[in-house]
Each structure stands twice: as C-alpha cells, then as structure tokens.
Design a protein around this ligand. Structure first.
Ligand code: FPP
Ligand code: MG
Ligand code: MG
Length: 376
C-alpha cells in the first residue's frame, strides 16, 4: 500500500476510454484537404502519454461519486433529483441524450447514439460522461496545437522520436496545422454547450500564449528583477510555468468536474495545482541552449552568483552552456527543484483528499508520485 491507499491499475480504470481518444480526435479532424489532414493528424501517430486526458477522466470518475443533480425522465417530463451517483445504477444503464452543467440528463429510453452510453466502472459505479471524454479530446488537441507551434518557435527537429512537423512539412504548414487543430477543438468545445467550460478552456488557450510570450522575454533580467513589474526572476518563472503548463491541467480538471455536475463548493476547492511539477527537473542542455534559465538554474544562481551574468546573456557565449550545466550539477539546484515539485504535489494531494474515496482518487494521488519520478 502507498500513501493514497492500494495501488490502482490506471489502465483498468480508464484504459478503455483512453483507447478511443486518438480515433475520436482523428474523426474531429477530417478536412477536405489531404495535406491539411496529414499535418494536423501528424503528432497523433506517435505514442503520447496522454497525461491530460488521463487526469480529466480520473477526475471525472473521482467526482462522479459525489452527490449531484440528475435529470431523470419520467414519462414525458424531466425531474431533477439529487442523488449519489452510485444509486444511479438503479436506473439500469442510463441512456444519455445530452449533458449539461447540472449533470446528467438521463432517460429511460434507448440510447439515441451508442457513443452517448456512459461506461460504468463495475467496482465504483462511477461514471465518465461522453462530454468528459470529449473534453479530454479537446484538451489533447489544444495541447498538440501548442506543440506544433512550439516546435516552430524552438526550431525543434524531433518530437516523440519523429521528425518534427516543421521539419517534415515546413514552418508554414506546421503553423496552419496547429491553427486547424485549435479551430476544430473550439468547435467541439462549443458543442459541449457549457458556458463555464468554454470560458475555462478559452482562458487556457490565452494562458498558453502568455506563458510562451513570458518565456520569450525571459532574458530580460535586471538584478534578480524582471521586466514585468517588481516580480523576482523566480516569481516570473513560476508564473510563466503556470501559464504555459499548469493552467491547462488545472482548468481541465475544473472543467471535468463542472461537466460532471459537481457542486460549486467541490469545484472551488479542487485541484488548484498552482504549478504543475511537469516543468521541473529538466535542465536538459536543450533549455540552456535556448537561453532559458529553469528552476534548477535559478536555484543554483543563489549558490553561485557568477551564474547571473550567464543567465543575463542567455548562455550565448562559447562555453556558457557547459559552465552553467556543471554549476547546476554541483549545486543544490536539482534537489531544491525536486523539493519544490514535491510541495506542489502535496498541494494537489491535499485538494484531491476532499473527494470521496475511490479507485480514481487513489490513481490521481498515485499520479502525483509518477509525475515526480518520470524520466521523460
Ligand atoms: C512546450 O514547451 C510548449 C508548451 C507547453 C506551450 C507552447 C505554447 C505556444 C507555442 C503558444 C501557442 C499556443 C496554441 C494553443 C496554439 P517546451 O518547448 O518547453 O517543451 P518541449 O520540450 O516539449 O518542446
Ligand atoms: Mg519546445
Ligand atoms: Mg518551447
């Protein structure tokens, strides 16, 4: 047993739902132009980790156990009842016409469309709604759009062991491929017919751009203060990281809970990962070469003030990258970065603890440990 209870097989919990993800995304991306098709689907060939949809589905399950309002069709009208979701199994397999922010719309008739049949976890009787699965697809599309653009900006030549899209098709097509993904994701988002979720996910898109923009301006460090007001370099780094990485994960979790009809109170308290640990622990030469001072470097700077001038000139002189690399390894920077990531994992765990016990809850707690120990 681990901290979060028994070790849970995440695949068993949401594997089936994740399996459809790539196919469903491909269906959302059909276009009349074969080349646009190829470019926009390109990054979905590789085996991505799908960490964002995974978290969304686990949150869906973990929050579905809380009591929620459900519209139940009785003869010709709908009645709103407040029920623990586990009791819903009394309605046989609920067939869904539609979902909205108040929760499930359950009818006693036959499913109009088989994809609207929710999967019920035999152990928990917990639900993943079609809208929540769709949210996972939307979020993965937005993430992939940002990667297409990111690889152009970073002039990356590989991604997920493939030639990058910009290398394969050129910058112009890679950018337009990303735009197309974003557009189709927006259509799917609109079709969820949930204003709160639309607002959350649209904010994420803006945040991704803001985070990337903050990173572009990263070099402008004056005496530990950054160009953006009075923020210290470290505060700026944390804000950038929130914008670029954590906002998507945090607001996706919230959206998943909102779609499931979780109460406002529950949603408010839940999973405000202020910063994800994803970003940390990788002062791969690549970041330095891009002129980026990440957390390990910023921590090392406190021990070795001489790093300051290298950070300021974006490691652009001969030998700067090696010097910085060696100082980081000699310093407490990596250990401090790990500690920082651990603190954020603890915060995430504290937020998750508010949910009723379930396998999905254990899996989410487990995930915080996995994220800390990941190697790629
Ligand atoms: C990867 O970072 C990049 C991101 C997480 C976000 C990039 C965002 C944009 C380019 C803004 C445009 C956004 C949209 C929605 C089109 P990285 O370069 O540090 O990591 P890597 O090692 O995966 O390349
Ligand atoms: Mg990159
Ligand atoms: Mg980048």
């Amino acid at each position: 047993e681990k901290r979060g209870g028994p070790i849970v097989d995440t695949k068993e919990l949401v594997g089936e739902d994740l399996k459809d993800l790539k196919n469903n995304i491909r269906n959302l991306l059909g276009s009349g132009h074969p080349m646009l098709d190829t470019v926009s689907k390109y990054y979905f060939q590789a085996d991505g980790k799908h960490i964002r949809p995974l978290i969304i589905l686990l949150i869906a399950q973990a929050t579905s156990l809380a009591s929620k309002k459900v519209h139940v069709k009785v003869k010709d009208s709908y009645e709103e009842i407040d029920t623990p979701i586990s009791e819903l199994s009394n309605f046989h397999i609920p067939t869904l016409h539609n979902t909205n922010s108040t929760g499930l719309e359950v009818s006693t008739g036959h499913a109009v469309n088989p994809i609207y049949t929710p999967r019920i976890n035999a152990v928990d009787h917990s639900y993943i709604l079609p809208s929540q699965r769709r949210l996972g697809e939307i979020v993965e599309m937005i993430h992939t759009a940002s990667l297409l653009h990111d690889d152009v900006i970073d002039m990356a030549d590989t991604r997920r062991n493939l030639l990058s899209a910009n290398e394969s098709f050129g910058n112009k097509m890679a950018v337009l491929g990303g735009d197309f993904l974003l557009a189709r994701a927006s259509i799917a988002l609109a079709r969820l017919r949930n204003h709160e979720v639309t607002e959350l996910i649209s904010t994420v898109i803006a945040n991704l751009v803001e985070g990337e923009f903050m990173q572009l301006r990263n070099g402008q460090v004056e005496n530990g203060k950054n160009s953006r007001g009075k923020m210290t370099t470290f505060e700026y780094y944390m804000e950038k990281t929130y914008m670029k990485t954590a906002s998507l994960i945090s607001k996706s979790c919230r959206s998943s809970a909102v779609l499931g009809g979780a109460s406002d109170e529950l949603v408010d308290d839940m999973l405000d990962f202020t910063v994800s640990s994803e970003e940390f622990g990788k002062p791969t030469g690549a970041d330095l070469k891009l002129g980026l001072a990440t957390a390990p470097v910023l921590f090392a700077w406190e021990e070795y003030p001489e790093l300051g001038k290298l950070i300021k000139r974006n490691f652009d002189r001969e030998g700067d990258v090696e010097t910085a690399w060696n100082l980081v390894l000699k310093s407490q920077g990596l250990a401090q970065t790990r500690k920082l990531a651990q603190i954020h994992c603890q915060r995430a765990i504290a937020a998750i603890s508010l949910l009723p016990d379930s396998q999905a809850k254990s899996a989410l707690i487990q995930l915080t440990e996995k994220v800390l120990d990941r190697k790629k």
